[in-house]
Design a protein around this ligand. Structure first.
Ligand code: SF4
Ligand code: FES
Length: 334
């Protein structure tokens, strides 16, 4: 078997290992051509194939069989072939289909962003903003569910769930005891803990980090602040259970939330334990490394102090620099 295969995505060619999916090949190129992914999560085996946001057009199957694929395919589940040509943002068909996927995902998702703790770092919010239509055609009542309690640390809002299954994979693969899963089918499908048991194992908090929407949120952070007003700082501690590498989210002098460090696709770099996440919220518990760089194109990246890029007009005029003194100071102060 060849050591690498060539695939061209939106006109950019990359060589990848055989068996790589189109989505991961696109991630090796990076930038705008990477399809959005709401259910695939590279650290969770078997994830992907549920949400269809990553649809792409395969305009040439391979060097050996250049016929195009008859339908759009889920890039997170389709492996590349040597000589394959793929269109993502260069295909009007894909852009149109993605609008439909967003519309479908929003059919049952409440538009409660103003009171949702995930606002600002919600992948569905970003997806709808970047790929959705302005108005909905849906006039029926949205689903409602009976309330489930997932213990004192994790809040479940089932109405916001898009059934991506990521949290189920976390429970399956990262904790030693899965007591929740998806029950029911179709529009009755829901995340549930069998017999309402609290999820009390050491790594269950990672479900919050993998949830792309506000269906699973941190009860210890609920309603404390809008995320774009907080200051993210990388820190670590000597933890016997996990790597202890986290991001602390500050409001003033207080740590109001602890999360895993997330990459540009919103994926945790390393999963963290519940002690680090929920029980270690004093600055003195941590060794501070420095400001966290947020590389996502989302409102979450605004208002942080990490870098300040003054407009050219401010750079040239000392008087304007004086007016912005406070901002400059905030930019250099941790
Ligand atoms: S609760 Fe969140 S992570 Fe779990 S299936 Fe629903 S959307 Fe996905
Ligand atoms: S990311 Fe591919 S189907 Fe959800």
């Amino acid at each position: 078997m060849a050591e690498t295969v060539k695939v061209t995505i939106d006109g950019i060619t990359v060589e990848v290992a055989p068996g790589t999916t189109i989505l991961n090949a696109a991630r090796q190129i990076g930038g705008e051509i990477v399809p959005p992914a709401m259910c695939y999560y590279s650290k969770l085996q078997g994830s992907g194939g549920k949400c269809r946001t990553c649809l792409v057009k395969v305009s040439k199957g391979s060097e050996k069989d250049p016929r195009p694929m008859p339908k759009l395919v889920a890039s997170c589940r389709t492996g590349v072939m040597d000589g394959m040509e793929v269109q993502n943002i260069t295909s009007p068909e894909v852009i149109e289909a993605r609008k439909g996927v967003v519309e479908m995902l929003l059919i049952n998702h409440p538009l409660d962003c103003p009171i949702c703790d995930q606002a600002g770092e919600c992948h569905l919010q970003d997806l709808a903003y970047e790929h959705g239509e302005e108005a909905t055609r849906y006039e029926f009542e949205r689903r409602t569910f009976e309330k489930h309690t997932l213990g004192d640390k994790i809040q479940l809002h089932m109405t916001r769930c898009i059934l991506c299954y990521r949290c189920v994979f976390v429970a399956d693969q990262i904790t030693n005891k899965r007591i929740h899963g998806v029950l029911g089918r179709g529009d009755a499908a829901e995340i549930s803990t069998y017999i309402e048991k609290a999820i009390d194992n050491d790594f269950s908090g990672n479900m919050i980090d993998v949830c792309p929407v506000g269906a699973l949120t941190d009860k210890t952070f609920r309603f404390k602040n809008r995320v774009w007003f907080t200051k993210p700082v990388d820190a670590h501690r000597d933890c016997p259970t996990c790597s202890g590498k986290v991001t602390l989210w500050y409001k003033g002098e207080d740590v109001i939330r602890v999360t895993a460090r997330k990459d540009e696709y919103g994926e945790a770099e390393e999963f963290i334990c519940n002690t680090c996440r929920f029980d270690t919220k004093k600055t003195s518990d941590w060794v501070i490394e420095g400001p966290r760089h947020i590389s996502r194109h989302s409102v979450i990246s605004s208002n942080h102090y990490e870098t300040m890029h003054p407009l050219p007009v401010i750079q040239q005029k000392p008087q304007l620099q004086e007016f912005n003194k406070e901002q400059f100071e905030r930019a250099t102060k941790l």
